[in-house]
Design a protein around this ligand. Structure first.
Ligand code: PXL
Length: 295
């Protein structure tokens, strides 16, 4: 008898579409698909490029279009296993995202909020404290939040920590973020020693802290937070334990950074995640077995 397969799980990715620069939806779509999860795209804005190291980019905010898209999906009774939300063009879009949660997130849906607003100690172009307040509200709706260390400090209301990041400063930040109510806090770009950089996970239910550290590569790599959060979201909706999912998502990012460092391509074009997807897909298939019909 022919084998049947369960339906694919489906995530809504709420993010911008930057045409060049490999971040946001142009990362979420391939990575979530490679994880064996369907990615429904809800664009917050369309840009010619991302806003770092490109000048003269053009942008159209889609805030009046976000709710009509979500209402149509609701009307069509399209089920969603998760909602992953990232870059917003304006602080006002936070209300739209909350309304999307109200429309589309059933009781079982997992909400992942990546408060994309800053890196390396400063806000991205055109963003400021109002965006931080908006993301603080949005994080209260999440089961999982994935700020980088700059965003984590902003959300916690503490100064940007100097490196190496000490256990005391990290504990202070994790405590403040845990108080926003998510089950898991995953902080990216943590630098506890000169040789190591990586991600830190707090399970707020058990207070267990897990490290996913890899060797340091100097410099700034665009889109790595989006790569991490996309992989983590998809692995979690497939039912992987958060600790294991953080390690697998960290390996994907570390692999992409390794390959990027070998190429002469200017950093603003993003990381070579395409080159590590084949190995990533194999790891995903091994973790879940073949029976679910991995991609
Ligand atoms: O990768 C984060 C990101 C997402 N979207 C846009 C950005 C950035 C970072 O610069 O500019 C538009």
């Amino acid at each position: 008898m022919e084998k049947t397969l369960p339906p694919l799980r489906r995530i809504v990715a709420i993010h911008d579409l930057s045409g060049v620069g490999k971040c946001s939806l142009s990362v979420a779509l391939p990575v979530i698909s490679a994880t064996g999860v369907e990615c429904a795209c809800l664009p917050t804005a369309v840009l010619s490029t991302h806003t770092g190291e490109f000048t003269g980019y053009v942008m159209e905010s889609l805030e009046d279009f976000m709710l009509p898209i979500a209402r149509h999906w609701k009307q069509e009774n399209i089920p969603f296993d998760g909602i992953y939300t990232g870059y917003l063009a304006t602080p006002e879009q936070e209300r739209q995202v909350e309304a999307v949660f109200d429309l589309l997130a059933g009781p079982e849906a997992m909400i992942v909020v990546d408060p994309v607003m800053a890196d390396n100690g400063s806000y991205y172009a055109n963003l400021g404290d109002e965006m931080c307040q908006a993301f603080r509200r949005l994080c209260r709706r999440a089961q999982v939040i994935t700020p980088n260390i700059t965003e984590a400090a902003l959300l916690a209301g503490v100064p940007y920590p100097t490196t190496p990041h000490t256990p005391e400063r990290l504990q202070e930040i994790l405590g403040a973020l845990g108080a926003l109510g998510p089950r898991y806090v995953a902080v990216t770009g943590v630098h506890p020693s000169p040789e190591a950089i990586g991600n830190l996970l707090l399970d707020t239910q058990t207070q267990e802290v897990t490290w996913a550290l890899r060797p340091t590569r100097p410099g700034l790599f665009y889109g790595t937070g989006d790569l991490f959060a996309s992989s983590l979201s998809a692995l979690l909706v497939r039912g992987m334990e958060c600790k294991q999912a953080v390690q697998m998502a960290t390996d994907l990012v570390a692999g992409a950074i390794e390959r990027t460092a070998l190429r002469p391509t200017p950093r603003r074009f993003g990381v070579d995640f395409e080159g590590v997807l084949p190995v990533y897909i194999q790891k995903v298939q091994k973790a879940f077995g073949q029976e679910e019909g991995n991609c």
